[in-house]
Ligand binder design. Structure first.
Ligand code: ADE
Ligand code: ZN
Length: 320
């Protein structure tokens, strides 16, 4: 299958840390990992739900210590994404997951941003950076980190909300999103991955987000589906992630075809590709192997990603 030019809108840069790079950075930084070797590390990549993945995801971040580490991780993603047909990437990072380990905002933000800055020239991939906040940590902490990002003039285009969803509803983060809107930032949030449709409504009504990350549980609420179709709210769906985190049993059970059929504005994204078995191309390959989408459906998925991106109309025309 030829590669479709796409925009990747749902990608956690820390989720692109491949096992080989984890071991190389551990060696470079003299960090002891609880794994004897690559095989031992790879054996941990069996997840039962979102939390079981998050435990390993946060643990592995211990190897990210210097700006160079963050830049190397980011550059490796951009190289791989370009090979997968990605032409524009909106990359989330989790500053709180680094601050809590004693890594400064400057180190993590500047490291990622330095690799993003040369991406268009180096890989032909335009980029934006989004700071995601951890919904299982206090909302006051998130607000304080946002203030620090604004004070340092961090090159972020927007904010997101991620980590353990159930029990951590969007309504707890109204002040954070009000501040972000007032600062002119784009606003997105994970909702309806493991959490109920009500969380999608809260993200729209209370946080006033422009896109929903995942959103697959909207299908449980017919009125919500009709609203999302009417408004063409982008839903950044991550098929391989949903399978690996057991939100769906198998790819065959994934609701993406149904979502497309209903006229929802769905795109395909890789979420944490180093953990979930594939980048953008592999997501499309497996979808194609499972659902045999026709050319129109494939083009629609690619087009949805471009029309939902935070880019200028001129860049959008280049990509459509
Ligand atoms: N952080 C990284 N990946 C995530 C996901 N799929 N859901 C919530 N938080 C995340
Ligand atoms: Zn995600």
């Amino acid at each position: 299958m030829s590669l479709l030019p796409t925009a990747e809108l749902h990608l956690h840069i820390e989720g692109t840390l491949e096992p080989e790079l984890i071991l190389a950075l551990a060696e470079r930084n003299g960090i002891e990992l609880p794994y004897a070797n690559l095989e031992d590390l790879r054996a941990q990549y069996q997840f039962t739900d979102l939390q079981s993945f998050l435990n390993l995801y946060y643990e592995n971040m211990a190897v990210l210590q210097t700006e160079q580490d963050f830049a190397d991780m980011t550059r490796a993603y951009l190289r791989r994404a370009a090979a997968a047909g990605v032409r524009h990437a909106e990359v989330m990072m989790d500053p709180q997951a680094h601050l809590s380990r004693g890594i400064t905002l400057e180190t993590c933000v500047n490291g990622v941003a330095s690799a993003l800055a040369t991406s268009e020239e180096q890989f032909g991939v335009s980029t934006e950076l989004i700071a995601a906040f951890l919904r299982d940590e206090p909302a006051e902490e998130a607000l304080a980190v946002l203030e620090n990002l604004l004070a340092m003039d961090a090159p972020i285009i927007g904010i997101g909300l991620d980590s353990a969803e159930v029990g951590n509803p969007p309504r707890d983060f109204v002040a954070l999103y009000e501040r972000a809107h007032a600062a002119g930032l784009k606003c997105i949030a994970h909702a309806g991955e493991e959490g109920p449709p009500e969380y999608i409504r809260e993200a729209l009504d209370l946080l006033k987000v422009a896109r929903i990350d995942h959103g697959i549980r909207c299908l449980e609420d017919e009125n919500l589906v009709e609203r999302l179709v009417e408004d063409q709210t982008p839903l950044t769906v991550c098929p391989l992630s949903n399978v690996r985190l057991r939100t769906v049993d198998t790819l065959t059970d994934h609701p993406l075809p149904q979502m497309l059929e209903r006229g929802l504005n769905v795109s395909v994204n890789s979420d944490d590709p180093a953990y979930f078995g594939g980048y953008m191309d592999e997501n499309f390959n497996q979808l194609q192997g499972t659902f045999a989408f026709d050319a129109n459906q494939l083009a629609q998925l690619a087009r949805n990603s471009v029309r939902s991106a935070f880019i200028t109309d001129a860049r959008r025309r280049e990509l459509l």
